[in-house]
Design a protein around this ligand. Structure first.
Ligand code: TRP
Ligand code: ZN
Length: 316
């Protein structure tokens, strides 16, 4: 669904330049883009859901999961990679070993932009072995994939360079993302202006949580939600529990979105967001019932649009 973009006028070149001087923030130098920003397109939630249907089919055909070291993981990676290759991305598979099994990260670069200023968006593509992992984390994986495809459809040529990533073995302890960060040279690490993480963004009893990390990234998400008239809260269900943590440890500005895992929705949260108080945000967290039925379409739609909004806004 397309929403008003009147909030965009609030970004000023002066603020961006000041932030650049005073911190390691993602906010870049002023450019003509600050006054003539190209708005992010609407991300069709039907397309995002179609990716989830495919990931569900992959799990069903491979013993019910898409876990590290299992055939459903590699099949998931091949599915995402084929879409990106067809859309004009330069893709690379990064292989690693964890618990005696081969794991894979998928990295997709969009040709163009200043490679000294890289904006990354990523999500973990592996599930736990106990289920298909459609909310955790088909949701983030599908939204990032559809945003990457939208970049291609729009022929978007931002000032900065765009890189998308799908991580392996997050469920074994952030293994794939840590491997990626550890294997970057310090020069290449310094070129990453920001890393945006999307892990569980379609929870069935959703909350709207924004990571409290890089201020410019956080503001980008909060402004997006303010434009929708939807309240957000700071993510507190375990900072450091997803793939932004290795980037943050390496000094890269990070941010992200989350709709909640096993924690219980309070009455106050149900009053502002709807849903059911006294119940987990995701009752199927790490369970066999984390299927395509375990998705709130409104949350998935809003967050998919928020992913695209942030990717566009932070790379222009
Ligand atoms: N990363 C966790 C998983 O995959 C889920 C999770 C728990 C999470 N707390 C979080 C994700 C906070 C992002 C932010 O199981
Ligand atoms: Zn998980």
């Amino acid at each position: 669904m397309k929403l008003p973009v009147s909030w965009r006028a609030s970004a000023t070149a002066a603020v961006a330049a000041a932030t650049l001087l005073t911190s390691g923030s993602i906010a870049g130098a002023a450019s003509k883009a600050d006054v003539e920003a190209a708005a992010a397109p609407d991300i069709p939630v039907a397309n995002v859901k179609a990716h989830l249907t495919q990931l569900q089919s992959i799990a069903t055909a491979n013993g019910g999961n898409r876990a590290h070291g299992r055939p459903g993981y590699k099949a998931s990676l091949d599915y995402v990679k084929a879409k990106l290759d067809a859309a004009g991305y330069t893709t690379a598979i990064q292989q690693f070993t964890s618990s005696g099994r081969t794991g894979y990260n998928l990295i997709a670069d969009w040709p163009g932009g200043d490679t000294n200023q890289v904006v990354m968006a990523g999500s973990h593509l592996d599930s736990v072995s106990s289920g298909p992992g459609i909310n955790d984390n088909g949701s983030g994986s599908a939204a990032v994939l559809e945003t990457a495809l939208a970049v291609s459809r729009a022929g978007y040529q931002p000032t900065k360079h765009l890189r998308f990533a799908w991580w392996g073995a997050e469920e074994l302890g952030l293994v794939g993302s840590r491997y990626y960060v550890n294997n970057l040279s310090s020069a290449n690490r310094a070129k990453i202006s920001g890393y945006l993480n999307f892990d569980m963004i379609g929870s069935p009893n959703p909350g709207y949580f924004v990571y409290d990390d890089d201020p410019a990234i956080e503001k980008t998400f909060k402004d997006y939600y303010a434009g929708l008239g939807v309240a957000t809260e700071i993510e507190t269900e375990g900072d450091g529990r997803s793939d932004h943590a290795p980037f943050k440890s390496a000094g890269v500005p990070v941010g992200g979105l989350f709709t909640g895992a096993s924690r219980t929705k309070t009455a106050a949260q149900a009053a502002k967001w709807g849903g059911t108080s006294g119940q987990s945000f995701d009752r199927c967290y790490h369970s066999s019932c984390d299927t395509t039925s375990n998705i709130n379409d409104t949350a998935l739609n809003r967050n998919s649009d928020a992913v695209a909004h942030a990717v566009w806004e932070l790379s222009e």
